[in-house]
Design a protein around this ligand. Structure first.
Ligand SMILES: [Zn+2]
Length: 213
């Protein structure tokens, strides 16, 4: 049976709803974070929220279309400097959607584990929320990159370090945030939720261990 792909209007609506939902969780405050999804078609232009807009109220009309060279080809607004990272994930991971969040916990934990270059999480049922993971009895290493304002350098490091496909659909930038991706908007959103859940588990476990008995 041939199922026709959702129209562009539906895609924009779904995208805006996903961004607003993540904003509601407190993971994209103060216009922080950025979000992209790949448009159907051979050019694989990206649909993005423009830089500097409130992520709680992005409307389909506000979305911009960005070509592979990072130029805005439709809509009004500026593409985020972090577009280069989204592009790297589209090209190396075949990501259909890339969601970048700034949560308190991804900021704190990426900073804490930055010297190790990765954060290993193992043994939790929620790991099964990641595509391809079928048992809690496994360990995943989330890569952590040093923060940088030079996005071309950071995106080069990401291209060099991430295998294809990466073992886990996300990485952290120290003291900055999380990048997570998926084949679809729904999968990218689920992956953000899984990462944020696991990061909260790690954080609460650390604080619990620090309490006196
Ligand atoms: Zn950011």
């Amino acid at each position: 049976v041939n199922v026709s792909p959702p129209g562009l209007g539906d895609l924009k609506q779904e995208f805006c709803q996903a961004i607003a939902a993540l904003y509601q969780r407190g993971w994209a405050m103060g216009t922080g974070g950025n979000f992209s999804c790949r448009l159907p078609g051979p050019d694989s232009d990206l649909l993005m929220a423009p830089s500097g807009v409130d992520k709680g109220t992005v409307t389909p009309e506000q979305l911009i279309q960005v070509n592979p060279q990072g130029q805005v080809v439709r809509g009004n607004g500026r593409a985020s400097a972090e577009t280069l990272l989204h592009r790297a994930l589209v090209e190396t991971q075949a990501a259909g959607a890339v969601f970048h969040t700034h949560s308190v916990l991804n900021t704190v934990l990426s900073e804490r584990y930055a010297p190790e270059g990765q954060l290993v999480i193992q043994g939790y049922e929620m790991l099964k929320g990641f595509r391809g993971i079928t048992t809690h009895d496994c360990a995943v290493a989330i890569p952590i990159f040093a923060n940088a304002q030079e996005m071309d350098r950071l995106s080069q490091q990401v291209r060099q370090r991430l295998t294809t496909p990466a073992p886990v659909p996300g990485f952290l930038v120290a003291g900055h945030g999380l990048y997570a991706w998926g084949d679809t908007i729904a999968e990218a959103k689920r992956h953000v939720e899984i990462f944020e859940f696991l990061l909260e588990v790690i954080y609460r476990k650390l604080t619990l261990q620090a309490l006196p008995y």
